[in-house]
Design a protein. Structure first.
Length: 430
């Protein structure tokens, strides 16, 4: 059988670790890496240092996309660059009748997501969105329990997500902190969460309302040592007056091994030609929110309450799925931002509590998966490179319409916070 040929657009750390290395080392019998494309030629050098087996793979700059397609004849594109770059590669690949695999979020706004669906409708190619969090063992079990009718008809979902000071602050050092790059954290990060809810309950979102603010970062952040723009952690004279950084730094060393991009940039090697991932989290140009609460009404009548906070002492979430016949609950705590919490995954097991509507409780233990995102990444890779598991009895690999639904909620969240009022998705959602 001929190997399927892949070109990777965006040679990010995620691309190298999630796709390039596994393709060359684990899936070489069915997949071939035929091209690398990026805006920064230094990323090719970093990639080939990390994975010598990629040494002879042709390199292309973003302006040479058409040339790459012509010279390397890929069967599919894997898009793993900055979020705002996704739409052009998606549409470009579909125009060449190629399959396109896109990291989440598929695009940074709903209109661009609709562009992708329109291009797909005219193409022989198909879009896959890599919502790897669906593959987490607990999240798969929740899908199975809802499908089995344990809660009856779903009426309400309550999901509260906490991103700790270490992880949460990292978004405000990097390109993610600009709406034009990431769509905002309600898209870049929360599209994961909105997709999970949509998938669990077979929900099509129709109306969205949100409140939000920039509480922790930006110039008015409570722990900003002074209101100065243009600072970088590597040479900041106020580093030890910044509690977010002093938490992991010492006066003898300003090295903060808290974020892979920052640590590599400061201590190991320069990862980018012009871009710096150690920008100050208190810059005035930051134009996204770090705290938001959301209400969503779905076509099937279900309601969602969601919140996200990107500066909490610990990381994790609390979830409840309510229905006409019962309730499912689970929670997860972790992260390295603050004090250690009681281990809810003791022995490698997390649990889901099921409460029938009238009496009793059943505790369902779920073994922890191996690999990134709670074991989700390896299973997602298998579905991408080997094809979907024929023994699985429910859908899991996300498509373009799933990307649209998650992005539409996230985009509506940002617009509702900015403009006020309920955002109506019924005119274009499907």
């Amino acid at each position: 059988m001929a190997k399927r040929r892949y070109a990777v657009c965006g040679v990010s750390s995620r691309a190298i670790g999630m796709y390039i290395k596994p393709m060359l080392n684990d899936f070489g019998h069915c997949a071939e890496l035929v091209a690398l494309l990026d805006i920064d030629p230094l990323r090719f050098k970093i990639c080939k240092e990390d994975e010598p087996k990629a040494a002879n793979v042709p390199e292309y700059l973003a302006a040479d996309f058409e040339k790459m397609i012509k010279e390397t004849s890929p069967d599919a594109l894997i898009i793993v660059g900055m979020d705002c770059s996704h739409v052009d590669y998606l549409v470009g690949g579909l125009e060449h009748d190629l399959d396109v695999i896109s990291e989440k979020p598929m695009t940074t706004n709903a209109p661009d997501a609709l562009r992708v669906l329109a291009a797909e409708a005219k193409s022989k190619g198909r879009v896959t969105c890599t919502f790897n969090y669906r593959y987490n063992p607990v999240h798969r079990k929740l899908r199975e329990l809802v499908l089995a009718g344990k809660v009856g008809r779903v009426t309400h979902v309550d999901l509260n997500w906490y991103i700790d000071i270490r992880h949460g602050s990292s978004y405000f050092h990097r390109w993610n902190r600009m709406r034009e790059n990431s769509g905002s954290l309600s898209i870049h990060k929360s599209s994961h969460h909105f997709d999970l809810v949509n998938w669990w309950i077979d929900g099509i979102p129709e109306y969205v309302h949100a409140f939000g603010a920039l509480n922790h970062y930006g110039p008015n952040g409570e722990f900003n040592p002074s209101k100065k723009d243009g600072r970088h952690c590597n040479e900041c004279p106020e580093l030890m007056q910044c509690p977010y950084k002093a938490r992991w730094a010492t006066r003898n060393s300003t090295i903060m091994a808290q974020d892979d991009h920052i640590n590599d940039f400061l201590t190991k090697r320069k990862l980018f030609t012009t871009y710096r991932p150690d920008q100050c989290m208190f810059d005035s140009k930051i134009n996204i929110y770090d705290t938001f609460v959301v209400n969503v009404k779905y076509r099937n009548g279900a309601l969602l309450n969601y919140s996200a906070n990107f500066s909490t002492p610990y990381e994790g979430y609390r979830l409840a799925i309510n229905g006409t016949r019962g309730r499912l609950e689970t929670m997860e705590f972790g992260g390295a931002g603050g004090m250690a919490l009681p281990n809810l995954n003791e022995g490698g097991v997390q649990y889901i509590d099921y409460f029938p509507i009238f009496e009793g409780r059943e505790r369902i233990h779920v073994p922890k998966g191996e690999g990134g995102h709670g074991g989700g990444d390896p299973l997602l890779r298998e579905d991408i490179f080997l094809g979907e598991d024929p023994n699985r009895k429910y859908d899991i690999l996300a498509r373009s319409v799933d990307g649209l639904r998650a992005i539409s909620i996230g985009d509506a969240v940002f617009n509702s916070i900015k403009d006020g009022g309920v955002q109506d998705l019924t005119g274009f959602i499907r």
